[in-house]
Design a protein around this ligand. Structure first.
Ligand code: HEM
Length: 383
């Protein structure tokens, strides 16, 4: 077999092709000022980060979509999620360079963009879709009937951007669905969903967790009364707030907020997240614990990207309407506030107990807590 011809740096990286892509809609880059070229370059760099993000998210999703998830593959998924985080952190930093452009400098070429907008970033939409942001969770954009319409060409015909997002919508499961299915299968107190009596084991763990919360709130209330010398009315108000939080925890673990047909799945999922997070020092739960951290970290980095973008936009264009026709900063702030995918994992932050109040683990050896290595009978977690 013929050996491939050795490539030069410029051939392998396609440097010349790359350097010819910064002219926007003009014939030549010479027609553009430095601000506009910088504006295009930063968008292009971010689109390349988005490309890497998509590859890493697909790798993680494919792993969790397997019916059995080998424990030794979880390190790879943790690394993928971490890379997603780093990509969003780097993309956020580019806004510093964007902000070196003053409002009036931007206004010299802004009209050229109209009605183009980052709102038409197909890869950003792909990331959201692949993560699992549902259509009915999206914030109404304003004059667009849907985010998909905004991806059509000006004459309403289909575009490559639209085709990309439509294809991604077919690419199931989403990462959220795949992770939920995997976490749902987590052995809880050594019991798996197909173990006889599993529902009772899960319910008992939830009951013990709530008992821990009662102690926690009692402790917090007593502490507040002791150090703050609260007036009786304030004490009552505080007590009512703690009771409300306890009731919230009960409703959450009973999954009362979800449709009845999804309740059993959701109950086990919620308890499983608490079980993993509370017992991550057990060898078999250590990697699942890191997956939970990785998902939170990666979603947090994406939210920080949205917030950072909004502040940069406010600095450059103030509160004017976006070129894409939205309310601009007000719309962007809404996305930063409301677009959450891993809601179950975020919700568990409110419920986690300090270690001394967590229910004791039954069958600790099941989770690898033995002096000898390989003591765990389970080769896989959650699967
Ligand atoms: C001076 C620079 C920029 C300004 C003034 C700006 C402004 C805006 C505005 C106002 C929107 C809301 C949609 C609209 O009505 O147009 C938007 C959306 C968006 N922009 Fe920017 N942007 C800038 C730079 C960037 C950069 C460098 C990126 C990186 C890729 C970016 C990515 C996005 C994305 C992904 C959206 C969609 C957000 C969503 O719908 O969730 N923008 N931008």
């Amino acid at each position: 077999m013929a050996r491939p011809r050795p490539a030069s740096y410029w051939e392998y990286i396609r440097v010349e092709d790359l350097l010819h892509l910064q002219n926007g809609v003009a014939e030549s880059e010479r027609e553009l000022g430095n601000d506009e070229v910088r504006f295009i370059v930063i968008h292009q760099i971010d689109e390349l980060w988005f490309k890497l993000v998509l590859r890493e998210l697909v790798a993680a999703r494919d792993l969790f979509a397997r019916p059995l998830v080998p424990e030794d593959a979880l390190a790879g998924a943790v690394a993928s999620l971490h890379r997603v985080t780093v990509c969003f952190e780097l993309a956020s930093q580019h806004f510093r360079l964007m902000e070196t452009m003053r409002t009036q400098d931007y206004l010299t070429f802004r009209d050229k963009l109209n009605p183009a907008s980052g709102f038409q970033s197909a890869q950003m939409r792909e990331i959201e879709v692949l993560l699992g942001l549902a259509d009915d969770e999206r914030i109404p954009f304003g004059n667009e009937s849907s985010y998909l319409d905004a991806l059509k060409s000006h004459d309403g015909s289909p575009s490559p951007a639209l085709a990309r997002v439509l294809a991604r919508r077919q690419d199931l499961p989403t990462l959220k669905q795949a992770v939920a299915a995997w976490l749902h299968r987590t052995p809880i107190q050594g019991s798996t969903p197909d173990t006889p009596g599993d529902e009772a084991v899960v319910a008992d763990y939830a009951r013990q967790y709530l008992a821990g919360h009662e102690v926690l709130y009692q402790r917090a209330l007593e502490h507040a009364v002791r150090v703050q010398a609260l007036a009786p009315a304030d004490r009552e108000r505080l007590e009512a707030r703690y009771r409300g939080q306890l009731e919230g925890a009960r409703r959450h673990l009973a999954a009362e907020d979800v449709a009845p047909e999804q309740r059993a799945f959701c109950r086990r999922l919620r308890v499983a997240i608490l079980f993993v997070d509370s017992n991550r020092t057990l060898p078999l739960l250590s990697w699942p614990g890191q997956i939970i951290d990785g998902l939170i970290e990666c979603e947090q980095a994406m939210l920080a990207f949205r917030q950072r973008h909004a502040r940069m936009v406010e600095r450059v264009i103030g509160r004017r309407i976006g070129t894409g026709g939205s309310d601009g900063v007000a719309y962007l702030d809404q996305t930063a506030l409301k677009y959450r995918v891993f809601t179950e994992i975020w919700a568990a932050r409110t419920l986690l107990l300090p270690p001394d109040l967590c229910p004791p683990v039954a069958k600790a050896t099941f989770y690898g807590l033995t002096a000898t290595t390989g003591g765990s009978p389970a080769a896989t977690t959650g699967g």
